[in-house]
Design a protein around this ligand. Structure first.
Ligand code: PLP
Ligand code: THR
Length: 350
């Protein structure tokens, strides 16, 4: 019963098989192999338009290097104040930005709103060098607390970006999970909503170590090859990242694994919500469940070997914790099974 994170799950057998298949023989290095080209073309098919694809090894690298493409002296990039880029990447974005900053923006349910973003941008008046200047916006889809931006919410955010001529990045570490819930196409959730750059995550959804920076349009592509190399993220054998995505994106494996993870989360949420001593912090919209548990319930699950962690209350949360209660995060994945959930259910029933 491993619910600590989808980062704990292994690699899907089809991904492993693809790595084994491509392990032998020789192939051009540093992103120039036939397989690289084939997978890049597959991304263009999926997004229904030309796009630039840059494979990297971690989601943090995808985010930090994507935001570096927007860089300006004194630049400020706006993100939700509890976004991964500002709270969980140990300053990597700011490190690669060389002094440009991230500015946290309030918003309910882990999301900025057009209004809170507008108000945050207004704190950086045109030409007032002391405060720096807006240079970009980044949203997380699915968010760090398992919620989703609707297409209308993305439209509203990107309208503010366009008003201020700011590029829009999407942290898609759990891109597939969001897509599976919204039942929309990758194009509808990204460039058709005004998103310029996507960190397209595969690692948390069945890949071993596969992330890609996807750029729409030609506004930033000249920079990325140099930003990636300087960021030590140009793998000599990029074919092994390409090989993972080759299997991941074949026959919709990526959507099947995400649908499964989301379905497991939905079922787990129902089990936790119906158990005495448990209640949901909020409804899951992807593969993360946040539940308030009494000490007894938490200890019973942990004693039986369930692995999950306490989570900080979102600043905008209206949850009230009773004595001893704690909010916990449960993350499901392609590797979560119904028997895991049956075990949780049995433990909570007794
Ligand atoms: C929302 C989000 N973005 C980015 C990342 C970064 O990914 P990585 O840990 O591979 O650097 C994570 C990590 O799980 C994440 O949860
Ligand atoms: C750092 C931690 O949040 C990691 N990104 C995860 O989702 O498990």
């Amino acid at each position: 019963m491993f619910f600590a994170s989808d980062n704990w799950a292994g690699a899907h057998p089809d991904i492993v098989q693809s790595l084994v298949q491509h392990a032998s023989g020789f192939a051009q290095a540093y992103g120039t192999s036939d397989l690289d080209r084939r997978v890049e073309a597959r991304f263009a098919e999926i997004f229904e338009r030309d796009c630039q694809v840059f494979f990297v090894g971690t989601g943090t690298a995808a985010n930090a290097l994507s935001l570096t493409a927007f860089n300006k002296a004194g630049g400020v990039t706006f993100c939700h104040r509890e976004a991964h880029v500002i709270e969980d990447e140990c300053g990597a974005p700011e490190f690669f930005l060389g002094g440009s900053r991230l500015h946290g923006v309030d918003g309910p349910a882990g999301k900025m709103t057009a209004d809170t973003l507008q108000k945050a941008i207004a704190r950086f008046p045109e030409g007032f060098v002391h405060s720096g200047r807006p240079m970009g916006v980044t949203v997380t889809q699915a968010t760090e607390i398992g919620t989703l931006y609707s297409l209308a919410e993305l439209d509203a955010i990107s309208a503010v970006c366009r008003q201020h001529d700011l590029p829009l990045h999407m942290d898609g570490a759990r891109f597939a999970n969001a897509l599976a819930t919204l039942h929309v196409s990758p194009a509808e959730m990204t460039w058709k909503r005004g998103v310029d750059v996507v960190s397209f995550g595969g690692t948390k959804n069945g890949c071993w170590c596969a992330e890609a920076i996807i750029i729409f349009g030609d506004r930033f592509t000249g920079e990325l090859p140099y930003i990636r190399k300087r960021g030590a993220q140009l793998f000599s054998k990029t074919r092994f990242i390409a090989a993972q995505f080759d299997a991941y994106l074949r026959d919709d494996l990526w959507l099947q694994t995400a649908r499964h993870a989301n379905a497991m989360a939905r079922q787990l949420a129902d089990i936790l919500a119906q158990s005495p001593g448990g209640r949901l912090g909020w409804q899951p919209e992807a593969n993360e469940v946040f539940a308030v548990l009494s000490p007894t319930v938490a200890e019973r699950l942990q004693a039986a070997g369930a692995v999950f962690y306490p989570w900080k209350l979102p600043r905008t949360s209206d949850i009230t914790l009773q004595e001893g209660e704690q909010l916990y995060r449960f993350v499901t994945s392609f590797a979560t099974t119904s028997s895991d959930l049956d075990q949780v259910s049995r433990l909570l029933r007794n």
